[in-house]
Every structure is written in C-alpha cells, then in structure tokens.
Design a binder for this molecule. Sequence first.
Ligand code: FES
Length: 141
Amino acid sequence: METLSLFFKRSLPNFFEALPIPDRFVGFADLTAGEWIELLVFAGGVGVVSYSVYHLAASKLSLKCCQLHCNRSCAMNPSIKKDVAKVVDIVEIEDITKEKVSYCRCWRSKKFPLCDGSHNAYNEETGDNTGPIVLKHKQKN
Ligand code: FES
C-alpha cells in the first residue's frame, strides 16, 4: 500500500509536471519532435483509460436499467404465468381462422400469447424494437 501511496503522492505529480505542455496555445509550435511524441503517448494513455472506464460504466448502467425495468432480475418475462417453470402455448394451425394472427414476443401483452400492442409502450420506454410474430395464411392465386 505504501508503494501505491508514494506513486500517487510523489511520482504522479512529478510525471504531470514533466509533461511538455506549453503555457500558451502558440507554444505547441515550439515543441520538439520528442516532446510531441511524449504528449501523444500521454494522450493515448488517457484515451485508453477513458475508453475502459466508459465501457465499464456503460455495462453497469445497462444492468441497472434492466433491473429497474423488470423490477427484480433481468428476466424477459416480468409477469406472465410466473407460477409455471416454462411458459409454453400450443396453437393448432387449423384453429387459426382469421386471415392473420399476431403473437406477442415482448412478454407485456394483457392478452398473451396474442399481441395487444403493448410492445409499443415497452419500446418507447426502453428504446427496444421488439414486435409480434405475425402468422398469416398464404395468399391463394
Ligand atoms: S404486445 Fe408483445 S409483441 Fe405486441
């Protein structure tokens, strides 16, 4: 721990003090090639650290967003038939008498397994783009 403490208290300030950053903007024109390389290496390091922190924060935020939306875990299904181990709905194709039928894939429909349009509010709220699967009879020629 002492090494880490010394690094942040002594070496790091010395490092920043040694960087060839000019006092004025026009001072960049007077930098040598070696000083430019030193600055570019520093800028690259800052970029790598910033990129890593951003991606780490973004992954943590998306996890929180999902947990907030589901109000518990990141389960896709927030409320439908939660008393069964697996939600399976069987529809006999011959029973589909309408020209087309839409089945829910967002798990928010009040008429599940049929789509009731709830995916629109869900998409608006989350930025997702989910929608139903539509079964329709083939057009006869
Ligand atoms: S309501 Fe779920 S896909 Fe339409």
